[in-house]
Design a protein around this ligand. Structure first.
Ligand code: FAD
Length: 543
């Protein structure tokens, strides 16, 4: 079913136009569904109403972290006040069970006398099924639904192979994706800014139904998803301030300021960069250095925008537009080259599009199934899985780079990409533990948990996904550590037992030193574990 423009024609005008905000579009700026709803409201001379449904059952089903829910609520509060300045209410409610959400939404539309509903599309299977149900119920009630592509730069279904199929390898996807950035004549510009919503008349505050919607505040927590430890709550909130202005500032820091390499400051992303003006933005800025520095974890080398992109606090379009200012050419053009920092960064944003397209076009990957079906019978380790899995989650595997990464995830709700890859491959190939357990733990711990990118990253590491790491190319975590953390500062920061270890020992402490410092010995020997993984991947289903 085409979710776009599935509404009824020749409507009589209703009393309101409604925008349904979801977990992935928590912003008022450059938000396509909100912009379209607002435009329609202005055309119809009726008020615009925004609402958000908190759905605890969905958060359980999708392994959402309490950090992500807290981040959602904090952002909703910011949006509520931005919209209130425009006299637009943001009505936030909690609803269970999730299967009833479509009829609940229809009851709200009925209460508000709305004849049109707008929302941005969420591409996961459950969410698509929910929206199809909403469309069906809405049709019966003569409510027009408009579901809008907003998450990706280029929407799923637009970048297809010659055989009209979705790409399953990134490089050809990127080659096919790039020309779409420059639209041909008559086509809409995919990077165009969606206008901000217009204000309602202030008289809405006196309306018997709509006026009351302004009284509804955003709850402090969702049952089962609160950050109860106040120290943890403060730390996470300092690391990841809410709001569109905070996201914009982080983007600006990445694009326009130099990295302060002498200070790692890994815990507080806003402390990492005094705003040192750059002489040459293309060379000196963080983005300028991204091409060569991005895999280094002992300095502040990447944007740290993933929580904001995953929650839609900033649009991916906005990120790409920011890179266009750096272009030396007169005609603004997106640089997608591997040879420049900003080109390399745009390529990472293309990975986000790629994995979202994969989820939309090959939905089985988001239903717990490997993309490579032939690998569905791999023999995972069962006897040691419980203890080893827990040690991995706690950052106590005895492999410093893995432990530093896992403790960074616990501390910040975020991990550097390189360490995500190393830690994920270690769980799957060294410990032979089912990748789905790691995928779930990341979703439950990270603040940027995004089904498509997380599943894509895990299936890459497990060699079961689209464009995966070949099964026999298994990271050696010790050599990875030397490359990614050459100073050892990253490990020293997150693994305090090793804070005073200098030199090469930081990457693989000798047993006597580890014992003395109270640091665990490695759970497995890497070379033996590697052989076991190769054996099992070669012959799925066998020991
Ligand atoms: P930057 O390097 O500044 O990149 C900019 C943006 O590009 C990121 O914010 C992100 O939106 C996108 N991006 C970068 N790398 C990737 C990638 N490999 N795949 C998809 N998008 C990418 N990313 C998430 O947003 N949510 C997840 O739940 C998630 N889980 C992952 C799990 C595993 C096992 C792996 C290997 C990777 C995962 N990633 C995930 C991708 C990547 O690690 C993070 O996006 C990145 O570390 C975020 O840091 P940053 O914002 O500084 O990235």
């Amino acid at each position: 079913m085409n979710l776009q423009n599935s509404g009824v024609k020749n409507l009589t005008k209703g009393d309101s136009i409604v925008y349904w905000m979801r977990m992935e579009d928590l912003r008022t700026r450059d938000n396509r569904a909100l912009a379209q709803a607002s435009e329609q409201a202005r055309e119809d001379h009726v008020p615009l109403i925004a609402f958000f449904v908190l759905s605890p059952h969905d958060y359980i089903a999708h392994d959402r972290s309490a950090r992500r829910i807290d981040f959602t609520l904090r952002n909703l509060r910011c949006i509520r006040s931005s919209l209130a300045e425009l006299h637009v209410p943001l009505y936030t409610t909690t609803h269970t069970p999730r299967t009833n959400i479509p009829s609940y939404v229809l009851s709200l539309l009925n209460e508000w006398n709305a004849t049109r509903l707008y929302a941005n599309i969420e591409y996961e299977v459950d969410e698509l099924r929910r929206d199809i149900k909403v469309c069906e119920l809405a049709r019966e009630k003569k409510v027009a639904c408009t579901f809008v592509h907003d998450k990706c730069i280029i929407p799923p279904g637009k970048v297809l192979t010659k055989g009209e199929k979705g790409y399953t390898v990134y490089s050809p996807f990127l080659r096919a994706w790039t020309p779409h950035l420059t639209p041909s004549k008559g086509e809409a510009d995919p990077l165009a800014y969606a206008p901000s919503p217009a204000a309602n008349s202030p008289s809405i505050h006196n309306h018997p139904v709509y006026g009351k919607l302004f009284d509804q505040s955003v709850p402090d927590e969702v049952d089962g998803f609160s950050l109860q430890d106040t120290e943890e709550r403060d730390r996470i909130r300092t690391c990841w301030p809410a709001g569109e202005d905070a996201a914009k500032e982080i983007l600006e820091r990445f694009v326009n300021t130099m990295a302060r390499s002498e200070q790692m400051g890994a815990v507080n992303p806003l402390s990492n960069g005094a705003k040192v003006p750059t002489k040459s933005p293309t060379k000196d800025s963080r983005i300028g250095k991204y091409k060569d520095a991005r895999d280094k974890v002992d300095a502040d080398t990447t944007s740290r925008l993933s929580p904001y992109l995953a929650a839609g606090v900033i649009s991916a379009r906005e990120c790409i537009r920011a890179t266009m200012q750096l272009s030396a050419s007169k005609a603004p053009k997106v640089d997608v080259s591997r040879e420049t920092g900003s080109g390399r960064w745009v390529q990472e944003i293309a990975w986000r599009d790629f994995y979202t397209h994969v989820v939309a076009l090959f939905p089985r990957v988001s239903m717990g199934r490997p993309f490579q079906e032939k690998l569905s019978s791999i023999k995972w380790e069962a006897d040691t899985a419980g203890d080893h899995l827990q040690a991995w989650k706690d950052g106590r595997t005895g492999v410093p780079i893995v432990d530093a990464g896992m403790r960074q995830a616990l501390a910040m709700g975020w991990m550097h990409n390189r360490v995500r890859m190393v830690a994920a491959m270690y769980l799957v190939k060294d410990l032979m533990i089912d990748w789905r357990l790691g995928e779930k733990h990341f979703m439950e711990t990270l603040i940027d948990g995004d089904l498509a990118s997380n599943n894509g990253g895990w299936q890459w590491s497990a060699s079961t996904g689209v464009d995966p790491a070949p099964y026999f190319r298994i990271f050696n975590p010790y050599t990875q550590s030397q490359k990614a953390d050459p100073t050892g500062d990253y490990i020293r920061y997150f693994v305090p037992e090793l804070a005073n270890v200098r030199g090469a020992d930081i990457h693989n402490p000798p047993p006597a030193l580890a014992d003395k410092l109270g640091y665990p010995r490695p759970l497995v020997k890497h070379d033996e574990a590697r052989q076991r993984a190769i054996r099992r991947y070669k012959n799925p289903g066998q020991e």
